[in-house]
Design a protein around this ligand. Structure first.
Ligand SMILES: *Cc1c(COP(=O)(O)O)cnc(C)c1O
Length: 376
């Protein structure tokens, strides 16, 4: 019997601690991908462990129509730490569900159907979110998807202004594109998106599934652009490894969200995990640390590899190194020769999304390893 869908790598991970994971023979790997940004506080974080085990012993599960202290505390914590008046929280289990909900809420609140999304964007793989994802490879086998999605070039305010009209329900966009190759948008663009959607009466949805939870140097990436969207979606790092997603929603959308639900929404154990993750992140000022180490790492990569690569870019600890040939051979050698796990973003970009708690000396290890592989 076998699983399918995933192409399994030849390393069996058994244990994790901070920035490191260990395979079944005890070999240590520096986890520069944090399993797709899912453990921003590092592996096996004690605060998350404690919150989850405590809750597990009290109550594993109760459905969300019964109030529960852990869930209520998480609603409050998210509303408090989110920018502006994103005061209403919908909890779910993944990034695609958080976006799926945002698209539904936007349609219901505006009465419109058209969705505007960006070229190279990625918003998930359920039918609705998938329709707003750019890559044909992910979509073609499953068509027809929902219609009425218009794609615009990323980071181009003029094209956005042309596409968003009085029939538009939402514009969905990542403040830094992740899957699409680590492409940061200019703050001007995000500010223009705010104006354009507001003028048209459309909802602005920031997909912060990858950029959020401190990754870019602030808890949410949109804070740096000074823009408050109508909805902000989160998942990946939100529960430091536990499956939880959230759609944070402004009142005008929440008041007309339609009818939506999910059985496992905001279970107490998952809520405890997310609550411990967000509060540790805020109390220990981890986003600021991510910003500092991120700047350090980008500078070191540029200084060391500038000649060998096409580009080094990113924000905070969301970093892309665009190489001149395929990224996969470097990723394989990083793992096998240097015991460093990283990720691709498209064909030519090495993507680094480490735990936000990494140190400069851990960051140095990646620079040294890439120097070795790229100057071979
Ligand atoms: C990973 C990702 C998603 C999808 O999240 P899942 O939890 O895999 O469904 C959506 N948007 C962005 C920006 C992502 O990086």
């Amino acid at each position: 019997m076998t699983g399918f869908v995933f192409n399994e790598k030849p390393i069996q991970i058994e244990r994790g601690d901070g920035s490191f994971v260990y395979d079944d023979s005890g070999t240590e790997y520096l986890d520069m991908g944090a399993s797709y940004a899912c453990v921003p506080l590092g592996h096996s974080h004690p605060a998350v462990h404690e919150a989850v085990t405590e809750q597990f012993e009290k109550l594993t599960y109760v459905q969300a129509s019964y109030p529960n202290a852990e869930r209520t505390a998480l609603y409050e914590l998210l509303a408090e730490t989110a920018p502006g008046d994103l005061d209403n929280t919908w909890l779910c289990n993944s990034g695609t569900e958080a976006n799926e909900a945002a698209l539904k809420f936007a349609r219901s609140a505006t009465g419109n159907s058209k969705i505007v999304a960006t070229m190279q964007g990625f918003h998930g793989r359920t039918m609705g979110a998938l329709a707003t994802t750019w890559k044909d490879k992910y979509k073609k086998p499953y068509e027809p998807l929902i219609g009425d999605v218009e794609f615009v070039p990323y980071d181009n305010a003029e094209a956005l202004d042309e596409a968003v009209d009085e029939d538009t329900a939402a514009f969905i966009v990542e403040p830094v594109q992740g899957e699409g190759g680590i492409n940061p948008a200019s703050h001007d663009y995000l500010q223009a998106a705010r104006e354009i959607t507001e003028d048209a009466g459309a909802a602005l949805v920031f997909d912060e599934v990858q950029t959020g939870m401190g990754r870019t140097g602030s808890l949410w990436a949109c804070e740096q652009a000074g823009v408050v969207p109508d909805m902000l979606t989160s998942a990946k790092g939100l529960g430091n490894g536990f499956p939880v997603g959230a759609t944070l929603v402004r009142d005008w959308v929440a008041e007309n969200y339609g009818s939506h639900a999910s059985t496992f929404s905001g279970g107490p154990v998952i809520s405890a995990a997310a609550g411990a993750t967000v509060s540790t992140m805020v109390e220990e000022e981890i986003p600021a640390h991510a910003g500092e180490v991120g700047d350090y790492l980008v500078n070191e990569l540029e200084a060391t590899l500038g000649e060998e690569v096409r580009d080094v870019r990113g924000e905070g600890l969301m970093i892309g190194v665009e190489v001149k040939r395929g990224a996969n051979r470097y990723l394989k050698n990083l793992a096998m020769k240097h015991q460093i796990l990283a990720l691709p973003a498209g064909r030519t970009v090495i993507r680094l999304l480490p735990p936000l708690t990494i140190t400069e000396s851990e960051a140095d290890q990646v620079v040294d390893a890439l120097e070795d592989l790229l100057t071979e």
